[in-house]
Design a protein around this ligand. Sequence first.
Ligand code: PEP
Ligand code: MG
Length: 577
Amino acid sequence: MRLIQGTSVSPGLALAPVYVVRASPAEVPTWSVPGDEVEREIERLERALVEARDELSARQKVVATQAGEKDAEIFGVHRMILSDPGALTQVKRTIREERINSEAAVQALIRRMEQMLGKLEGNSVRNHAADLSDPWRYVLDALMRVERETLAAGGSQVILAAAELTPAVMTSLPRERLLGVITETGGRFSHGAVLARSLGVPCVVGLPQLLGRLEQGLLVAVDGERGSVQLRPGDDDVRDFEQRRSRLEARRGVFAKVAAEPARSADGHRFGVQVNIESLHDFDTFDRTHTDGIGLLRTEFLYLERPQFPSEDEQFRLYRRVMERMEGQVVTLRTLDIGGDKRLPYFKTPAEPNPALGWRGIRITLQWQDLMRVQLRAALRAGAGKPLRILLPMISSIEEVLQTRKIFDSARESLVEQGHDVEREVPVGMMVEVPSVVFTLPDMLKHVDFLSVGTNDLVQYLLAADRDNPWVARLYEPQHPAVVRALASVARDANAAGKPVSVCGDIADDPAIVLMLLGMGYDSVSVAPHFVAEIKHALRRTTRDEARALAHTLLECTDCDSVRRVLTAARERLHAD
Ligand code: PEP
Ligand code: MG
């Protein structure tokens, strides 16, 4: 079968040779090796063994000149261990019998040795014995280096194929070389998918046994509009594909015409279209004047790209740069939202049985209050004379808001005492992403200045379906009546309290959903820059009354199918114009 149906997580069309990445750079990959390729796999192992021995000789020489022959002897011993045919025979047998790749077979050998040696009596015996498995790590390293370097080498543009859609896969190639991404698993609202949309890379997930059907360099057509992938398209298919691509580009050209206009409905109602920013790279992808500011600055990237927590001054400089880049437009800075699958390498949190329900977002920064204080000080200093707003993630109770407000006020006071220039009024808002908040909103609204609905999380918590777990991807359904009703209820409460309300979760990149939100009483949405023009185009074609009627119809739906049908019809109406 050459056409495989999956799920689109980022739109667009791409046609290019495929590059198969077997795992994220830090993991030891495992894949099946077809029978007729086993001997080639064994040659690959033997080449890696030679490289590992060369590496050990090089190290031996360096240490001998720097520290003396005696200290360098260990590398000679390691080389000898690698020359022992016994272990090599075991690895080859694993490859032949289990038909798996060399990396996995070497990893299995290391594990076996460690288990066996760990049982021995006495520390010194155990330590000495550990030397036996160590040299094999050089072989593993050589095998994985080849994989990484082949990917990095050459300047060609490719479609990446991987088992799982992770942030590491999305960033394993420079953007200009990445035409599309296809994976076996991955949720539409996982962090890998958020990145794909932010980078504007067509991406299709949920393609069973994909890697088994691919070989390096195979021509692949990725259809991020229909959520399918075609392997080895023929000449006619390629011609069709190119025609569709030109039509899509023409449509994008139409959207681009309204990109510079303010976002308004057909009856002239102003509706904010802001952008979500994941990294500094995002600033190169959009024109500031086409947006109504930043609705979500995910500050995690600043922490993820460092070897340790960034200092107050480092954060200040970066936030100031962002504010200056936006030239007077609002910047909504979300405080650190780590935990769950967003982990900092230098901040070890305990392994949790259920990370999505665990220690994350505000729960961490209220416990480690220094983190919160440093970030708020940096933000307040950077916001002097600028329209800064602070947004709090993962709020589940009024106490968390009050506690954060206290830290915020004391950070502000101490900055004033120290002679810093800070704004008198900085709006503090909260994300609505935990269901408890939906039911207590009228009380919570007394303590915050604005709301932003994080549907990526709200959907997973409302439906009890982990956004990153492929096994429940089918149950993670934003087009669910409970989601529609929760969204309407949030807008009603915010409107009644006279507080601005927005959606910054990724469902807002769907123009039909934006029309529903307009109809429910939302003031704005915040989306990846790539979607701004199409959303403005949809708004300009729809009156507020039409949007209200759409919201009303959706609120009457009692099952997911009817919600999907109504939204599909709304999308088709937009496409027909
Ligand atoms: C959300 O949950 O919808 C959201 C915008 O936050 P994140 O995707 O960063 O969790
Ligand atoms: Mg969230």
